[in-house]
Design a protein around this ligand. Structure first.
Ligand SMILES: [Fe+2]
Length: 443
């Protein structure tokens, strides 16, 4: 931290949140022994060393201009500027030797923090607080995406946390919950004091939603296993053509997070399944939400004779009430707490979908925030009145390409600040690494 601090010009809460966010991402890199930094746990993404530099380069590239700071290492500002979105592109081909040393990146990180903090805590404050919100939430989003990466690193290349234990609780009985017709108020209003939203959360948009029913719980591993046994992965009928092509190419026979204990076919009911948890392998937990890609979720829904919910349907099931009003959170208007769901870094893995009854919505739909993001059938697109952030024009607009689907909810590694009602996440349909599940609707 800089020594030349003066009275804070920015909101002190925001500055302490920035410090907490830095501690959060620093702790992730402390899980890595030095020989793991140059690993690439997901083929389509950068090596881990990139993310160590990226968080600081992003903050620098965002804040140094408004703070009128000149660069001390322009080459690294550029090298660490952007990640990779793997839609349709080839795989990266860089070698470990193409990247700077860990010590070099750590030095860059410290220099960036010191120089930014001299201003953030000093007399040359930023005009407005939006940029600092952006830096904080960008970093916290990466606290989750880095967790996906680490999840795919062999257990021997990360320092274990806690005790690895099996969870063989049976899956609760799934039921369809009827949601009466009503209005879903997506997004948020502009210019509400002290509130922040990314560009894609504006403007507030009201959608009429006819009545429908939705799964009380997200689809669990036990439920999804029935689809696997029924030949769901070998029957093209259930898959959209592009999804089927991807399944064929990837030779997918089961969710990415599962592994087979024997060489028996996936469709064999006697096949024993394991689950790749963050720090090792455990028997497949029947009651946890299944983590799958949008393509697999869609195929399951078709097999079940149902559909994925639209963004508006999901929103209505989560936040609507019989009186026609909306809640801030599914459980009401009080701030998120650990009893409401599995979020905000409490756990590295999922829990049973029925383990947080205090988080149920007004209609009795369970496990909406936390445990897993939930796929919707809605393509990521702007709400009416959308305007890109002038300082980050491509943040959302680059993904309004008809190739990304909206996800709602939140995972075990989602920060509580991003559980706000208007927050939208999005991913392409053939990316099986995210903590994402789904539930089915009938119309
Ligand atoms: Fe980023």
């Amino acid at each position: 931290m800089a020594t030349s601090r003066m009275a804070p010009q920015l909101h002190p809460v925001l500055l302490s949140r920035m410090e907490e966010a830095r501690a959060r991402t620093d702790a992730l890199f402390e899980l890595l022994p030095p020989n793991a930094f140059y690993e690439r746990p997901i083929h389509e993404r950068h090596r881990l060393i990139f993310y160590l530099g990226h968080l600081e380069a992003f903050d620098w590239n965002l804040l140094s201009g408004p703070l009128e700071l000149s660069s001390h290492h322009a080459e690294l500002d550029k090298l660490f500027a952007f990640g990779i979105d793997p839609v349709g592109g080839g795989l990266p081909t860089d070698a470990p030797g193409d990247w700077p040393s860990i010590a070099g990146v750590e030095k860059y990180k410290q220099q960036v923090r010191e120089r930014l903090d001299e201003c953030l805590y000093g007399p040359r404050a930023l005009a407005g607080e939006t940029l600092l919100h952006v830096a904080i939430e960008h970093r916290l989003m990466h606290a989750e995406t880095i967790a996906y990466l680490l999840h795919n690193l062999p257990a021997t290349k990360k320092i274990p946390q806690g005790v690895l234990s099996a969870d063989l609780c049976p899956s609760p009985e799934q039921r369809q919950v009827v949601i009466p017709a009503g209005i879903a108020a997506l997004g948020q209003r502009r210019n509400v004091p002290e509130s922040f939203g990314w560009d894609n959360e504006f403007d507030e948009t009201h959608i009429d939603v006819p009545d429908f029913s939705i799964g009380m719980f997200p689809v669990t591993n036990a439920e999804f296993l029935k689809f696997v046994h029924a030949g769901g992965y070998v029957n093209a009928f259930y898959w959209k053509p592009g999804d089927w092509e991807w399944r064929q190419r990837a030779q997918l026979e089961h969710p990415h997070f599962w592994s087979r204990r024997s060489n028996t076919p996936a469709t064999d009911p006697d096949t024993q399944w394991d689950y790749r948890a963050m720090f090792g392998v455990i028997p497949l937990p029947p009651s946890w939400p299944v983590y799958v890609s949008h393509a697999e979720a869609s195929a399951f829904a078709r097999w079940a004779g149902k559909k994925l919910p639209s963004e508006a349907q999901w929103h209505r099931a989560a936040y609507g009430t019989a009186e026609g009003t909306e809640r801030q959170y599914p459980w009401g208007n009080s701030a998120p707490e650990a009893t409401h769901g599995n979020f905000h870094y409490t756990r590295w893995d999922a829990t049973a979908v029925d383990s947080h009854p205090a988080g149920a919505s007004a209609f009795g739909v369970m496990d909406l925030l936390g445990n897993a993001w939930e796929w919707t059938s809605t393509l990521f697109a702007p709400f009416p009145g959308f305007e890109p952030f002038p300082f980050y024009r491509g943040y959302s607009a680059d993904f309004f390409d008809g190739k990304h689907f909206v996800m709602k909810g939140g995972s075990p590694r989602t920060d509580a600040c991003m559980l706000r009602r208007s927050f939208r996440n999005w991913f392409q349909p053939h990316y099986p690494y995210v903590y994402a599940t789904f539930r089915c609707v009938e119309e």
